[in-house]
Write a protein that binds this ligand. Structure first.
Ligand code: DAH
Length: 340
């Protein structure tokens, strides 16, 4: 029996020495010391021993179990430490590594200009309310007093999805949606994508507009002029001159177009202003009484003004960019210039 125990100890030690991971050590422990292990089998067989042999063999088995359990624990600790060391070596973090800042993203120049414009209006109490890009013919045209034979309704300008559903050609439909949803006083700004079937150096099939709408009692053209003059000076420079020209839009009466003195040449005349000294920045006007009534607002009690400006156009004027397509090609060399 003693030989059997010694043999077992030797085999167990041999296996411990060859274990290379904690998992194989656990298997070794189960094999020799587990419930169905070899040493336990010897203990079970002790009932057949003579009374003199029992205590001798019993103490040998206990000693073997204690020693082997101890050796297994030591081996396990050293393997765990080795595993941890190799993990620490392989998963090292180099805290001296410097991030390549060239690769971090930035805002697109159009987003920057859009934010700049919104930030000029918000301190005056305007709230930003966005609307859907897929619109019905009613909101895009009908409610805005755009007659059925207006050229804007033409297939060549508008992307129709069905006869009545289209991609909005301007952000003005959100005037109607806002007036339907809110009671005056209203001061809203609607930025967003707009679509027209047009493509050349100054037109892109997708472009951006910002719509403005103010409805209250006793508003006049002077309120419109004062608001827009103030914003134009904030966006360009304090000495920018602002000019209002009579114009026509079906949804405003009277209607105006707003020009600013050319920020490139200061009004002397250059290629940006085509020699005139002025550049047009937006269309505006007093909301047509028909539009107010279409939206359930009493046109005898309330008046309002509205304006719509093109974000690309503003950016082109401000930065002297001559081709609108540059904004959508996303050539990094172009985009990087706005990243200062
Ligand atoms: N919706 C017009 C366009 O896309 C721009 C515009 C003009 C908007 C006058 C207005 C406005 O709100 O009053 O050309």
């Amino acid at each position: 029996m003693k030989d059997r125990i010694d043999g077992l100890i030797a085999r167990c030690r041999g296996e411990i020495a060859t274990c290379t991971c904690v998992q194989s050590l656990t298997e070794c422990k189960v094999k020799f010391l587990g419930k169905n292990g070899e040493l336990t089998a010897i203990l079970r067989g002790m009932k057949d021993l003579s009374p003199e042999d029992k205590p001798i063999i019993g103490s040998l088995v206990n000693k073997a179990r204690d020693e082997l359990a101890n050796e297994l624990t030591i081996a396990e600790q050293s393997l765990k430490q080795a595993e941890l060391n190799s993990k620490l070596n392989n998963e090292k973090v180099d805290i001296t590594w410097v991030k390549n800042t060239d690769k971090s993203g930035t805002l697109h120049p159009l987003t920057k200009i859009q934010n700049l414009i919104i930030d000029s209006f918000v301190p005056m109490g305007f709230e930003v309310l966005e609307g859907p890009e897929i619109e019905t013919e009613y909101y895009n045209f009908e409610a805005l007093n755009v007659p059925a034979d207006h050229p804007a309704r033409d297939m060549q300008d508008t992307f129709y999805i069905t006869q009545n559903i289209l991609l909005r050609t301007h952000t003005s439909p959100n005037q109607v949606r806002t007036m339907e949803a809110k009671k005056p006083p209203i001061k809203m700004l609607c930025p967003g994508r707009t679509y027209r079937a047009d493509y050349d150096a100054s037109h892109s099939p997708v472009f951006h507009q910002i719509e403005g709408l103010v409805i209250d009692e006793n508003l006049t053209l002077c309120d419109l002029m004062g608001t827009l003059e103030c914003v134009a000076r904030k966006l360009f420079s304090a000495d920018t001159k602002v000019r209002f020209r009579p114009s026509y839009f079906p949804f405003t009466e009277p209607s105006v177009e707003v020009d600013v003195s050319c920020c490139k040449c200061g009004g002397v005349g250059c290629s940006v202003c085509k020699g005139t000294g002025w550049v047009e920045i937006l269309g505006a006007g007093m909301v047509h009484p028909y539009v107010l009534e279409n939206c359930g607002i009493d046109s005898n009690k309330y008046t309002g003004f509205a304006f719509g400006l093109g974000v690309e156009r503003m950016a082109m004027i401000k930065y002297g960019i001559t081709d609108i397509r540059l904004f959508f090609e996303n050539d990094k060399r172009f985009l990087k210039q706005f990243n200062k």
